[in-house]
Design a protein around this ligand. Structure first.
Ligand code: THU
Length: 162
């Protein structure tokens, strides 16, 4: 039977990663802690995008009293990068979160991007014709790394259908 394989790495802490990716994670943490606007869920998400020109662009979730109007951190970061650095390749994205109380059993769970954000990551990756390395972080510092984020959305819908 045909099947889909996903290859990933797990790092116990950011120190195991190369310095540029460590910095990327720090920026995502800053965004979660200081830039998120999450008064409704209390779930503060931070993202940071690394560009081929070395720039790092932060994003955070931006909620709204009309709940569906809110936006995830990943999309804020990716779309901000698209307007501030048009045409520059996104090489990596780090995502992390913080909230007031984290159940000890959840400390190890990484923040995995929602379906809409996976669709957006796919579009950016397809548009630039280059893979985006994704680093998903947990509250205890564990990092799940996937070298090509579009693998998180197999059988995806894309522009070739239109
Ligand atoms: N959220 C993100 O920012 N990124 C994700 O990948 C998952 C969810 C936000 C949306 C909302 O503000 C809060 O987390 C709770 O769903």
């Amino acid at each position: 039977m045909p099947s889909v394989r996903l290859e990933y790495d797990i790092f116990p802490e950011a120190a195991a990663l190369e310095p540029s990716l460590q910095e990327l994670i720090r920026e995502a943490q800053y965004a979660a802690e200081h830039l998120a606007y999450a008064p409704y869920s209390g779930f503060q998400v931070g993202a940071a995008v690394l560009l081929a020109n070395g720039q790092i662009i932060r994003g955070s979730n931006q909620e709204n009293a009309s709940f569906p109007a809110g936006t995830c951190a990943e999309r804020v970061a990716l779309h901000t990068a698209a307007v501030l650095h048009p045409g520059v390749t996104v090489t990596a994205i780090a995502i992390t979160y913080t909230k007031k109380q984290i159940d000890p059993s959840m400390m190890h769970e990484v923040l995995s991007p929602c379906g809409i954000c996976r669709q957006v990551i796919n579009e950016v990756s397809q548009r630039q014709q280059a893979a985006i390395h994704i680093l998903m972080c947990s509250a205890d510092g564990t990092i799940l790394s996937v070298k090509d984020a579009k693998e998180l959305l197999p059988f995806s819908f894309g522009s070739k259908m239109l």
